[in-house]
Design a protein around this ligand. Sequence first.
Ligand code: 1GP
Length: 259
Amino acid sequence: MKVEKYLLRIIEREGAAHLSLIDPAKQSPEVAGRMASSVAEGGSDGIMVGGSTGAGGELLDETVLAIKDAVDLPVILFPASELCISGHADAIFFMSMLNSADPYYITGAQRLGAPRVKEFGLEAIPMAYLVVEPGGAAGRVGKANLIPRDEPELAASYALAAQYLGMRFIYLEAGSGAEAPVPVEMVRAVRRAVDSTLLVGGGIRTPEAAAERVEAGADIVVTGTLVEEVKNRAERIRGIVRAIKSGRGASRRRCKRSP
Ligand code: 1GP
């Protein structure tokens, strides 16, 4: 089954999905494989591989292969540039940072990477990447005109533009390790504006924070820093997964999407 369809099916049946982010630059492929096993044990629905450091080449290939050896979950590339593409992954978030000040991050890297995506036969999932304050490394590297935390309607306008441009997924990113995740009010404003599949990530560390954002309309919660924690990794992920799949979010999505 295609990865996009797999994710949509989980969202429809379980109310929301959880993705774990592994940055290939932060550990050996072998350790990445072990991390993947414990997030799978915690109930994560898939693994995103990438990071602002832009690891590519052999390290990326070996990391993807180690993860695929360790778990039966889809591996989705989350590339910082055209150099971060591996033919061993199952899919790629083919993303454009719509609020970047640098055209390279909007269409430049995409132009350079597209032929490789085709050559590898990767499933490309079109995604708008919107970076919200504080933005972290993603905001700095991508030269983002950060969306202020108190301007939910600005995020909603970008999201609507993304939908009209044909992007089926929209990622609201506060930056890895952000002190506070994307505000709930902003998630709600974006959900009101679009029907797209909505991802939220950056600074989500607790089941409550994750569940609040799903209740506000997020379809997919992404956690990265939590995955890097050595202690109780599976339990911490399990707490988040349970919270997003059992709350009001679950019934909300089921009601909205059932025929
Ligand atoms: C970063 O949104 C992701 O792109 C994950 O953020 O590391 O804070 O979970 P965290």
